[in-house]
Design a protein around this ligand. Structure first.
Ligand SMILES: NC(=O)CC[C@H](N)C(=O)O
Length: 353
């Protein structure tokens, strides 16, 4: 007998098995990543979403905190064909509902055909289909989560020390831990600021580069981050990943749009227009840049031609829509972080003898 129900905005209700009990709602999305469930489940960009794994077995190599990208589980719920006990127990400990024994192929096809949609889940001994529908009906569109940054950002400025190679001011819109560590490992000191930091806060650390992180929800709701970008445009080199690319572009006069179902996975092909080289990338986004403003497109998605990389030599800006830090996924694009630090210090350093 089923003890869990998944209600979709298209009117369908799926029966499933409860692995972590509870009721919740969120925007239904899917990832095609076949490894990296710990990283995905702790990626703050999944806040307010229900994450469906298209890969059928999730949890086969356990749960280890050193692979987490943040301190807590970020999606509101997880759906898989089969969850191992390790993952189910982790999600139950974190009070995040999880269900399995459902045809995830059918759920993924619904999202591909109709787009990311409202979803409700009710899981546990007393759950009913009506509970799931009630949750789904109470689900707000993503763009209505106007203060979503508050859920995922640091509340106080924090410093992650590298080797003093450069001072990076990072606006934390929900940063993955490995974006910060990719910079500190290269010697940068990373000054992490809350999502609503002011230009004065940022100026206080006299940074060499401004970095806008990834993050959940609609980039147009990150108004304070856009104001910081606007304040330093042309005066300070800038870089951004995912939501960071979107925020920087909007602030500089471009715009973003919601995609039908987005890109989430670890094998999205991206072509560099300057070298004609294609790399496999990790992605997790539902919005895209549709007007690049003053920025030049340097990289595109091979599947659908959406913007994957932007830059401006004049403004000293370089951004990526995908996740060069990987975790999960391929390491092909880690060189992005070297490029960011070159922006911070364009003069080649001469080794001291
Ligand atoms: N990973 C991200 O930074 C996601 C950016 C934004 N929330 C989107 O869905 O497009």
């Amino acid at each position: 007998m089923s003890d869990a129900y998944i209600a979709l905005a298209d009117g369908r209700v799926f029966e499933a098995r409860a692995r972590s009990p509870g009721r919740t709602r969120g925007e239904l999305v899917f990832t095609t990543a076949y490894t990296g469930y710990e990283e995905s489940l702790t990626d703050p960009s999944y806040a307010e979403q229900i994450l469906t794994f298209s890969y059928p077995l999730i949890g086969n190599y356990g749960v280890r905190a050193e692979r987490f990208e943040s301190e807590s589980v970020q999606p509101r719920a997880a759906i898989a064909r089969e969850l191992t006990d390790d993952v189910a127990e982790w999600l139950a400990d974190e009070d995040v509902p999880a269900v399995d024994h459902v045809d995830t192929r059918e759920i993924v096809i619904s999202v591909r055909e109709e787009g990311a949609m409202a979803c409700g889940i009710a899981a546990g001994p007393d759950a009913t289909p009506e509970d799931a529908v009630e949750e789904m009906e109470a689900c707000k569109p993503m763009s209505d989560h106007v203060d979503i940054g508050a859920q995922v950002s640091v509340s106080e400025p924090t410093v992650h020390e590298g080797d003093g190679v450069a001072d990076v001011a990072m606006i934390d819109c929900g940063a993955k831990g490995s974006i910060i560590s990719s910079l500190t490992e290269r010697g940068a000191d990373v000054h992490v600021f809350p999502y609503d930091a002011t230009p004065e806060d940022v100026a206080g650390v006299d940074p060499d580069v401004l970095f806008v992180s990834n993050g959940p929800g609609d980039p147009e709701n990150f108004v304070a981050a856009q104001e910081v970008v606007d304040a330093f445009a042309g005066d300070l080199p800038m870089a951004g990943i995912c939501l960071g690319q979107q925020v920087i572009t909007s602030a500089l006069g471009g715009s973003t749009a919601k995609m039908a179902f987005g890109h989430r996975g670890v094998n999205q092909p991206v072509k560099d227009l300057r070298t004609d080289r294609v790399v496999m990338t990790t992605q997790n986004h539902g919005y895209t840049v549709d007007d690049t403003g003053p920025l030049e497109v340097t990289q595109v998605n091979v599947n659908d031609d959406t913007v994957e990389g932007l830059d401006s030599e004049e403004l000293n800006v370089i951004t990526r829509q995908y996740h060069p830090e990987a975790n999960p996924g391929p390491h092909d694009s880690l060189g992005f972080f070297d490029e960011v630090l070159e922006l911070a210090d364009p003069v080649p350093r001469v080794a001291a003898d």
